[in-house]
Design a protein around this ligand. Structure first.
Ligand code: MN
Ligand code: MN
Length: 315
């Protein structure tokens, strides 16, 4: 079978052609795909700086330098998987509550087509409706959540749906396997110790950023891999987990974050697991004048593709 390939740099200059993720072909649905890239151009769930509605398009543009082979890991995802960019979820930009239902419905169709969704965000509200669809297909999942923030608020401004609440909602909806939830990179100022300890009280493992400083993430990921075992696992990667020196183009910046090297170690450390979906959220192009934040986001999404089961095991 001939799989879709990213358009090569010797076929069309990299700044030319349609700006799809990795310059992959597009199609309207996930039918026939093993994995697909999906944009959610949404920022109406943000609480501080806006702009993530522009994230998916900028990540696609900055993904144009990505080549098919992973020189570090040896992964060749386009030799084993049918992959395409299926465009954006048509959210309602005047209604966040309607938008989360639109997202769940969209992902239900993608999952019913048998494709693994890789999502370009978009504010972090979007992970909750994706996890609702994932639960219908796979049951509760293990969660690897990389972020500066816990995103477990019960509400913000009295609202249950916001980018600081997705994992509280996912917990309420029993989307998660509580002894297989990992929050990595949390830091900054809070209102009380409970900001991080509520999660620990549910059996989740919280690895604060300070525990990651000056260290390789490889031993941590070995532990996490062993604990997750055969369970289905979802990866949600908030770009603000990275230090603002690397990724300033985001809405809620915190100092003392992870390096891009640590981010790569975390994603590559999931290789061999039963990954059922991934997202990369909170890229805000108006605060990303060099494009580096979106470029890192694009690279991380490619690394996620490279650790999907079929990319690792072949077909
Ligand atoms: Mn977040
Ligand atoms: Mn965050």
């Amino acid at each position: 079978m001939a799989y879709n390939q990213p358009l090569g740099g010797n076929e069309m200059i990299r700044t030319g052609g349609p700006a799809t993720f990795m310059r992959l072909p597009t199609q309207e649905t996930a039918s026939g795909l093993d994995a697909c890239f999906i944009g959610i151009p949404m920022d109406i769930g943000t609480s501080n700086r806006p702009g993530t509605r522009l994230g998916p398009r900028q990540i696609r543009d900055e993904s144009r330098m990505l080549r098919p082979f992973n020189m570090a890991t040896g992964a060749a995802p386009f030799e084993h998987m049918q992959v395409a960019d299926i465009g954006d979820v048509p959210i309602n930009t005047f209604d966040l509550k309607k938008s989360v239902d639109i997202i769940t419905k969209f992902y239900r169709a993608v999952l019913n087509d048998g494709a693994i969704p890789l999502t370009l965000g978009g504010d972090h509200t979007l992970t909750w409706p994706i996890l609702r669809a994932i639960r219908e297909k796979h049951g509760p999942v293990a969660l690897v959540h990389v972020d500066a923030h816990a995103d477990i608020n019960d509400e913000m401004f009295g609202e249950k749906v916001a980018h600081g609440c997705p994992f509280r909602r996912a917990w309420e909806d029993e989307c998660l396997i509580n002894n297989k939830v990992y929050q990595i990179g949390l830091r900054g100022t809070g209102y009380s110790p409970d900001d991080f300890n509520w999660a620990r009280g549910q059996g989740w493992r919280v690895v604060q950023a300070e525990e990651c400083w000056h260290k390789s993430m490889v031993p941590l990921m070995e532990d996490i891999r062993a604990e997750i075992g055969d369970a289905p696992v979802y990866l949600t990667y908030d770009i603000d987990s990275l230090d603002p020196a690397y990724a300033p183009g985001t809405g809620t910046v915190e100092v003392g974050g992870l390096s891009t090297i640590q981010g790569l170690e975390i994603i590559r450390g999931l290789s061999g697991l039963n990954i059922v979906g991934c997202d990369l959220v909170e890229v805000s192009p108006p605060y990303d004048p060099t494009g580096n934040t979106a470029l890192i986001g694009g690279n991380f999404l490619y690394e996620m593709l490279c650790v999907l089961p079929k990319a690792v095991q072949g077909d």
